[in-house]
Design a protein around this ligand. Structure first.
Ligand code: DLL
Length: 441
């Protein structure tokens, strides 16, 4: 079969669209967006009713910016339609379900047709290759397998690329270390917070993680900072890449840091499948590229669960493409629902993480506890001493150090408690950073 290439030249380690011109990409997006909106309208009565209520019709879409006429979709819409209300194909055509538990109430259920699974594996294969993975590489996959999209999402992509996949899933950290030592993988996948547990376990056994076979790590599923990346890269002697995604859109594989882009330049969004907008989270107004706000995503090719303007609640901004035509998104600083507001000051756990990692006596594990002893909210940071700084005096000094940094950088008074090495609960998947003990009002 012969088809027209989007661009004449194509290095072997890229998909055609990664070398397309910006014009070709925009034309492809417009065409796909029209079809996708039409698909939702034709095949899902709830979607059609919502479009009608907003006075929007798929035929109105003349330009990509016309997408702004369509209504947002929120997690509440998915919950209302629980479990399959927003699906746009007969249930029999769905080959796989995943679900994200969320913190409260019903889980969000997502479904994939055969073609959706194919596209998911394609964008994940592309992501792994963009971070430097190659066919024949051995990969150690510590993301949880099951209803969570992390494990199977990475798994399918790595297989599609032609890697040898070790499907370890999360937990049983001792065995993870044994397998890394015995099988000698080149790549590792997992949450950044779980990588810290794996690193600790290496050291507990007297092994130097930096001498492992690992060269590349691809991490995500939770916010993490450049300092955390430096910490993990330093310990493992690897290059660590940030990868973003969410169940409602596809799972992991929406965007990824590419090895041939400048460091800290953000994650390339696979815009041939996912169309990004940034909005003001308060007003819903679309903001220009470069402004910080809430990421909104529209799927361009999904059949089972086409998503129109899904509000991710993730805060980021859009940056121009670099080595590829697709735009990039900045590292996610946090979720709108993880923002702590204390005495009028907004704080994200990532800000605490950044400051904590700059304290020489502190290990990279932490938790934030919110209480309301009287009428005012209080924030306590539970940190953990590095083994060499575990004496009572050293811990008190580290506590003062962090409290001082939080005060001078964020402007907040926080109680800091520095616990003994190993005392902060470890995560096997997404870290739970905030423990909210305030009375529910
Ligand atoms: O966490 C998908 C995923 C798995 C992404 C593995 C990357 C790696 P959900 O469980 O639906 O899906 O959670 C999605 O996690 O809205 C963000 O708030 C957060 N998140 C995911 N990746 C990142 C990242 C998966 N790289 C939610 N940086 C999203 C910051 C992230 N936050």
């Amino acid at each position: 079969m012969h088809h027209q290439p989007l661009a004449p030249e194509r290095p072997l380690d890229r998909d055609e669209v990664e070398n397309a011109s910006l014009d070709a990409l925009r034309a492809l997006q417009l065409d796909r967006l029209r079809r996708s909106l039409r698909h939702a309208w034709d095949n899902n009565p709830i979607q059609q009713a919502r479009f009608r209520a907003a006075g929007a019709h798929p035929d109105d879409l003349k330009d990509l910016s016309d997408l702004a006429r369509f209504p947002f979709t929120t997690k509440a819409d998915l919950r209302e339609g629980y479990p399959f209300g927003l699906f746009a194909v007969p249930r029999e055509r769905i080959l796989r379900l995943h679900a994200s538990s969320g913190t409260t109430g019903r889980p969000t259920v997502v479904g994939y047709t055969a073609r959706d699974l194919e596209i998911w594996a394609d964008v994940m294969a592309r992501s792994i290759r963009a971070a430097g993975g190659r066919p024949g590489d051995m990969v150690h996959n510590s993301f949880g397998y099951g209803l969570f999209t992390g494990g199977l999402g990475y798994h399918s992509g790595a297989e599609k690329l032609g890697c040898t996949v070790v499907p370890v899933s999360g937990g049983m950290t001792e065995r993870q270390v044994t397998l890394i030592d015995d099988f000698r993988p080149r790549l590792i996948f997992g949450t950044p917070s779980y990588m810290l547990s794996v690193i600790d376990e290496f050291r507990r056994r007297g092994l130097d993680p930096a001498r492992s076979s690992l060269e590349i790590g691809m991490f995500g599923a939770e916010p993490w900072t450049p300092s955390m990346r430096d910490e993990i890269e330093g310990a493992f002697g690897i290059r660590a890449y940030d990868l973003y995604g969410l169940s409602e859109i596809i799972g992991p594989g929406v965007s990824v840091e590419c090895a041939d882009d400048p460091r800290d330049g953000g994650m390339t969004i696979w815009e041939d499948h996912f169309y990004p907008e940034i909005i003001d989270p308060e007003t819903g107004a679309v903001l220009p590229d470069g402004d910080w706000g809430e990421l909104v995503l529209t799927t361009l090719t999904k059949e089972g669960l086409p998503m129109v303007r899904y509000r991710t609640r993730d805060l980021t901004r859009l940056l121009p493409g670099d080595s590829r035509p697709m735009r990039r998104m900045a590292r996610v600083t946090g979720r709108t629902d993880d923002m702590i507001i204390l005495r009028g000051v907004n704080v994200f756990p990532t800000q605490i993480e950044e400051l904590l990692l700059s304290c020489p006596g502190l290990a990279p594990h932490f938790r934030i506890e919110l209480t309301r002893p009287g009428r005012m909210d209080r924030m306590a940071v539970l940190a953990e001493a590095k083994p060499a700084f575990a004496s009572e005096e050293a811990r008190a000094a580290s506590a003062r150090d962090l409290a001082h940094r939080v005060k001078s950088v964020i402007g907040l008074t926080a109680e800091v408690r520095v616990l003994e090495p190993g005392a902060v609960p470890r995560s096997e998947g997404k870290a739970k950073r905030i423990l909210d003990l305030r009375p529910k009002d």
